[in-house]
Every structure is written in C-alpha cells, then in structure tokens.
Design a protein around this ligand. Structure first.
Ligand SMILES: *[C@@H]1O[C@H](CO)[C@@H](O)[C@H](O)[C@H]1NC(C)=O
Ligand SMILES: *[C@@H]1O[C@H](CO)[C@@H](O)[C@H](O)[C@H]1NC(C)=O
Ligand SMILES: *[C@@H]1O[C@H](CO)[C@@H](O)[C@H](O)[C@H]1NC(C)=O
Ligand SMILES: *[C@@H]1O[C@H](CO)[C@@H](O)[C@H](O)[C@H]1NC(C)=O
Ligand SMILES: *[C@@H]1O[C@H](CO)[C@@H](O)[C@H](O)[C@H]1NC(C)=O
Ligand SMILES: *[C@@H]1O[C@H](CO)[C@@H](O)[C@H](O)[C@H]1NC(C)=O
Length: 355
C-alpha cells in the first residue's frame, strides 16, 4: 500500500508545470467543482491535496480503482467525491460540498498513470453572492444597500453620482454589509451595482410617476421585464399588497378585495377610495437584476360617477312611479270591471226571479 508520506515524497520529485494557478470561486455553504484533467491510461492514481503551509492536508485519494480515504483529513470527511464514471476519460475533477472559509487556499491535483504523471494547482476562493439589493427613496436621498457578501464588495452608481456616502461593515461571520446614499434626483432613473470579483448584481430605481385617478378602478403599470423570478407590490413603502411569481400571485388579506388582476407588468385595482391615496411601489427581481418603480396615486371621488349614480337613481325612481301608477290604474280598472260583472250577475238573477 502506498503511504501518504511516500506520495508526498513522490510529488516533490515530479516535474512541475509552472503555469499560473487557476483561480476558482466557490459559493459559501454550497458545492463546487475543482476542475482537473489528465492523460487517460492504466493504473490511475489521483491525489487531491490542500497546501496549507506548513502542512499538507489530504483531501481525496483514488487508486487501485477505488477511493482511498483512510488518510483523509477530518475536515473533508463526507464532503468530497470524484466523478467515478469520468475518471477513465481523464477527468479527475473534485466535487466539494458545504464550502467554508477554511477551504480557501491552494490545492494540488496529482494524477498519474503507468506511463507518466502530472500535477496542477488551483487557488480556491470562497464568495458569498450578492443575493439581493435594496434600493429606495428615503427623504431626499436614495439609499442602496445589500447584505451578507464576501469578499468586500464595491458599490457603483449609474449615472455617476457626486459624493456618494458609501460604507461597509463586516459581521462576525466575515460577511460584508454595504450601504450607499446619494442625493435624490426624483426625475431621473438611477442604478446601483454591487460587485465582487466573483459576482455582481444591479438594482434600478425608476423615477416616481404621479397619476390622478378619479373613480373606483385603476390599472397601474410597472415594467415589461420578461425574465424575472418574483415581484412585490407595496403600499406606502412598508405595506405589502401582493407578491407574485411568473405563474401566480398572492394578495395580502387586506388587499384581496381590491385586486382584480396582478402581474409584474401591471396591477389592476377596484373599489378604490380616496383613503387609498399613496405610493404604490413595484419591485421586480430577476437573476442578476432588481427593478423598482414607484407611482404616487392620487385618488379622488369620481364626480362623473356621482352624476351617473344620480341619473340612474332618477330614472329608476321615474320607472318605479310609472310602474306603480300603471299597476294602480290596471288594478282599479279590473276591480270596477269585476264590480260591474257582479252587478250584472245580481241583476240577471233578479230578472230571473222576477220572471
Ligand atoms: C468532469 O466531469 C464532470 C461531471 O460530468 C463535469 O461536470 C466536469 O466539467 C468535468 N471536468 C472536466 C475538467 O472535464
Ligand atoms: C454617511 O452615512 C452615515 C450613516 O450610514 C452617517 O452617519 C454619516 O453622517 C453620513 N455622512 C455624510 C457626510 O453624510
Ligand atoms: C393631478 O391633479 C392635480 C390637481 O388636482 C394637478 O395639479 C396635477 O398636475 C395632476 N397630475 C397629473 C399627473 O395629471
Ligand atoms: C418594454 O417597454 C419598453 C418601453 O417601456 C420598450 O422599449 C420595449 O420594447 C418593451 N419590451 C417588450 C418586450 O415589450
Ligand atoms: C377607507 O374607506 C372605506 C370606505 O369608506 C372604509 O371601508 C375603509 O375602512 C377605509 N380605510 C381606511 C384605511 O381608512
Ligand atoms: C400613504 O402615504 C401618503 C403620502 O405620504 C399619505 O398621504 C397617506 O395618508 C398614506 N396612507 C396611509 C393609509 O397610510
């Protein structure tokens, strides 16, 4: 049996290809593939070794046609695997699950066959993706923020802003929270991009639109962004109205009675009342982008509607009066006719009696 120490000795004597290390970013907490290839052949030996100076940790080994994990470092237990069916094709890539910050560093992939050997190096870097960006008006500022990012992100505004107040803080879990404020220019669209070398995401805040609504029904439009994963409509920034996905939507209890139709493109509301005047904001989220648009909806009592109601009321009243008058006339006519018939009958009887 080949001992790990013997392997290390062997490795030191191998002629090394001095290419620059390949760099690979692995998402924190998720799985990642460290790519490696070799010339296929017989008697395949594969060793993955993490080079944490001054020691080396065995990550995963394979020889005699199977995994050999006796010497595996405890940190990698149950977290590594090779693509067994691909080894004969020269694929010695390693799959690592549950990536942590301690996995960062330089890895050597050593592969040998009967007729030769090769080694390559990979520099593993961990990142925590920019999952979401929050962008909103706050007083006379626009604030853009994002949390839980690694490594330290950069935040840029578009169009370029003079004097953005940007700051980032690091949590105990090493993750960064970033926040930036700029003076609000209500009439312009602004975008804010948060990026790391591994990842980036953009959020766009459209200028606020004002709309006057007189009546009880209205359709307000958001965006025709086709590739999105979810959207939310909010009222006065904090109150949720409806939450949706491409295939369905879920209104909140309070707003259920007001929603006719909801999508990322538009929201159709009914039974509106002046007390629902306020800011309606839609936020659409795509894979790499967030889109936010606010509409100030001024709802007034519909004066035309009132006139219609009055006219309809008058017509109904007239019709009712006419109908009842007709009924009364008809009824009284019928009654007098009956009376006459009764009279006729009784006179007929009298005639008979008299004769
Ligand atoms: C090795 O095989 C896996 C699984 O099919 C694949 O995802 C990976 O890209 C392959 N790597 C190389 C370097 O060919
Ligand atoms: C920048 O923002 C921080 C809050 O995040 C605030 O305490 C600070 O006063 C601001 N600086 C300027 C120059 O506005
Ligand atoms: C809404 O109505 C107000 C007056 O009631 C008017 O000043 C304003 O221009 C109107 N806005 C729009 C977008 O029509
Ligand atoms: C979406 O709307 C914009 C203007 O608001 C228009 O330029 C664009 O063509 C529209 N895209 C689609 C797919 O309808
Ligand atoms: C708004 O007005 C309607 C109709 O008068 C009433 O039912 C509702 O409770 C009011 N809502 C608020 C938040 O005041
Ligand atoms: C919503 O916001 C508008 C404007 O700030 C305000 O006039 C209105 O009273 C608010 N409505 C509710 C129900 O809070």
């Amino acid at each position: 049996m080949i001992k790990f120490s013997q392997v290390l000795f062997l490795l030191n004597t191998v002629w090394t290809l001095t290419r620059g290390d390949a760099e690979i970013f692995c998402p924190l907490g998720q799985s990642c593939i460290l790519p490696c290839r070799f010339q296929p052949g017989e008697d395949v030996v594969i060793h993955w070794i993490q080079q944490v100076e001054p020691t080396k940790k065995q990550v995963h080994s394979f020889y005699r046609s199977r995994d050999q994990l006796d010497q595996q470092d405890a940190r990698f237990k149950h977290r590594t695997s090779l693509f067994q069916d691909q080894i004969s094709r020269g694929n010695s890539s390693l799959r690592l699950t549950g990536v942590t910050f301690e996995d960062e560093g330089r890895y050597m992939c050593y592969s040998s066959i009967l007729t030769g050997k090769m080694e390559s190096f990979i520099n593993l870097k961990v990142y925590a993706p920019v999952l979401d960006i929050n962008i909103q008006h706050s007083g006379n500022e626009i604030i853009c923020s994002s949390d839980g990012i690694y490594p330290e992100p950069e935040l840029t505004w578009s169009p370029d802003q003079t004097d953005p107040n940007t700051s980032s803080t690091q949590t105990e879990q090493k993750l960064y929270n970033i926040r930036s404020a700029v003076a609000s220019a209500d009439s312009k669209d602004v975008s804010c991009t948060v990026s790391t070398p591994a990842d980036s995401r953009r959020a766009t805040l459209k200028s606020t639109v004002h709309e006057n609504i007189s009546g009880s029904e209205a359709s307000i439009s958001c965006s025709n962004l086709t590739a999105f994963t979810s959207y939310i409509w909010r009222f006065n920034h904090s109150e949720e109205v409806v939450r949706g996905k491409p295939e369905d939507f879920q209104p909140t209890e309070k707003w259920q009675q007001h929603i006719v139709e909801s999508s990322s493109e538009k929201l159709t509301l009914k039974q509106l009342h002046p007390n629902l005047t306020g800011i309606y904001t839609c936020e659409i989220r795509g894979d790499r982008e967030t889109f936010v648009k606010s509409l100030f909806l001024h709802i007034t009592e519909d004066s035309n509607m009132n006139t219609i109601v009055i006219i309809v009321g008058v017509i109904v009243a007239v019709v009712l009066v006419a109908a009842s008058v007709t009924a009364i006339i008809f009824w009284s006519k019928k009654k007098s006719k009956k009376n006459r018939e009764k009279k006729d009958e009784s006179t007929g009887e009298n005639d008979r009696l008299n004769s």
